[in-house]
Ligand binder design. Structure first.
Ligand code: MG
Length: 264
């Protein structure tokens, strides 16, 4: 892996778009979620994009298309970026499953048996909650993947293996729980779809990430990892404690564009 400072002006000049992962990249990690036993009450608390970052994105939009790819749901992504949302902004939710490109929302087609598997896993976990397992806090509302908020616990990947002996599902630790979904779709596949939509090469999209669900998209695009000890990419970026890697990367890119335009 190379430090992002080593990227050449030629490589920077070739970029057409940038994809931001959200949690741990442009927003501090730590979403709180609590659901009651019968699922009739849900409490969720997360954070907003910083004012400076939003202003920087407005400037960055002059040079790059801006894409956000997250495990979170589409409504959350939309509300997060409403202030800057227009035809040059793209959203990819639920680990590449839901795409919002140019006013159209698309998603892959899944078999009934896929949804049955997710339902079975959910029911088994609900039984554990009903039995008083305090390590499990609840489910985040999603359409195509199952997102559980819990401690890290072997029972969850074991349960997924039990319900899915065919190995069609992934079960990824997210730092606050698990994402369970189809291996046929990933954030990386999502980047390929965005590249097709924009008629560009996936490497013309800079991608960012900090976690296991970002591994594919960091390889498919021109990847910049903000957590190189966890997930690899062509480039890594250094930042101070209390800073966010995605924000530091945006400043770095803006410096390049300002210099190119002779503004500094
Ligand atoms: Mg993340």
């Amino acid at each position: 892996m190379k430090n992002i400072k080593e990227i050449t002006p030629k490589e920077l000049g070739a970029l057409k778009a940038i994809t931001f992962d959200i949690d741990g990249v442009i927003i501090p990690t730590g979403t709180e979620l609590r659901e009651n036993v019968d699922g009739t009450e849900l409490y969720m608390k997360s954070k907003q994009l910083s004012r400076q970052f939003l202003e920087n994105l407005k400037e960055l939009k002059k040079y790059l298309k801006i894409n956000f790819s997250s495990g979170r749901n589409l409504l959350y992504l939309k509300s997060l970026v409403n202030e800057i949302f227009d035809e040059s902004v793209f959203l990819q939710a639920e680990n590449g499953n839901l795409n919002w490109f140019g006013g159209e929302v698309t998603h892959p087609s899944y078999s009934v048996s896929y949804f049955q598997k997710l339902k079975l896993i959910r029911e088994q976990i609900k039984k554990m909650i009903a039995q008083g397992d305090k390590r499990i806090r609840g489910f985040e509302p999603k359409m195509f993947i199952l997102t559980l908020h819990s401690d890290q616990m072997e029972e969850i990947p074991n349960l997924v293996r039990e319900v899915d002996p065919e190995g069609e599902l992934y079960c990824l630790w997210t730092n606050e729980g698990y994402d369970v979904g189809s291996k046929t779709m990933s954030k990386g596949r999502g980047i390929e779809k965005l590249a097709q939509h924009l008629h560009i090469h996936p490497k013309e999209i800079m991608t960012t990430g900090n976690n296991y669900n970002d591994a594919e998209m960091l390889q498919v695009g021109t990847g910049v990892t903000v957590q190189p000890d966890r997930v690899k990419a062509e480039y890594f970026i250094e930042y101070q404690p209390g800073q966010l890697g995605g924000e530091v990367l945006t400043e770095f890119l803006l410096e390049y564009y300002r210099r190119r335009e002779g503004k500094t």
